[in-house]
Design a protein around this ligand. Structure first.
Ligand SMILES: Cc1cc2nc3c(=O)[nH]c(=O)nc-3n(C[C@H](O)[C@H](O)[C@H](O)COP(=O)(O)O)c2cc1C
Length: 236
């Protein structure tokens, strides 16, 4: 029998990413967030409107999502209760947040230069997603239970880079779910994934079907035509 409950927060368990964004002076701000999900090569993140990350994304639009693995929990914990904003908003003051100009130094994470841009990734994170802002929308408007102003931000993933130790044997393009163990935030506590549980019928279907854009020549043209025809029914 279920009973209605009223939790103060609804943090049911999502992966922790460390968001690199560019400060005005060209340095990199890093911030842990866990309101994140992916669909295709786009990603949705949820951000407190008062955060330095939000300010940076609005100004510059570029970011790196550094995906944290379970073993990084102690370092991620050092980033908690820090903000890159000099003016700390009331709700963060009440939680004891402090300003940090250089969160790499505070946390012990190592900045990794990224070819052309100034933005640094985090070396210790096994997967880096370079992304750009697509849309920024107000989130939770009109809901009095939304304690802080927030945005949902849609990002387009430009590149994915990963360390070899999380890749499937014999493939440069597949993350092995048996080797990749994301850090999960579950009601503000840190967890990692346990062992694989059950055979997955979905995972037995060809992964290539998720990426028709990877097909070449006539297969690509035919696939595009068929999908366009089918998707029309759904207003796309
Ligand atoms: C594990 C973890 C997950 C968090 N998830 C989010 C989140 O999803 N969205 C958000 O706005 N803040 C989240 N926070 C709080 C931010 O880290 C906090 O707002 C911080 O001040 C952001 O840094 P910034 O102000 O330098 O951008 C999370 C904090 C921790 C420790």
């Amino acid at each position: 029998m279920h009973t209605n409950i009223e939790p103060s927060i609804l943090y049911f368990g999502t992966p922790v990413i460390l968001l690199s964004t560019l400060n005005e002076d060209g340095s990199t701000n890093i911030a842990p967030i866990s309101s994140v999900w992916w669909l295709g090569w786009s990603c949705m993140i949820g951000l407190d409107a008062t955060s330095k990350s939000t300010e940076n994304l609005k100004r510059n639009g570029e970011c790196i999502l550094n995906l944290a693995s379970g073993d990084l929990a102690p370092k991620v914990n050092k980033l908690a209760l820090l903000t890159g904003s000099e003016a700390i908003p009331l709700h963060k003051k009440m939680l004891g947040y402090k300003h940090s100009k250089n969160k790499f130094i505070h946390s012990g994470f190592t900045p990794q230069e990224n070819g052309t841009g100034k933005l640094s990734a985090i070396t210790e994170c096994p997967i880096h997603l370079h992304a750009r802002v697509n849309t920024i929308s107000e989130f939770g408007q009109g809901d009095e239970r939304m304690a802080v102003p927030a945005y949902s931000i849609e990002l387009n993933i430009k590149t994915v880079s990963a360390v070899p130790s999380v890749l499937m044997e014999g493939s440069n393009n597949k993350i092995d779910p048996n080797k990749w163990n994301p850090l999960i935030m579950n009601f503000r506590e840190f967890f990692s994934l346990s062992a694989q549980l059950n055979e997955s019928r979905l995972a037995r279907k060809p992964e290539a079907l998720y990426a028709p854009w990877k097909q070449k020549g006539i297969k690509r043209l035919l696939g595009k035509w068929l999908l366009t025809r089918s998707n029309k029914k759904y207003g796309h």
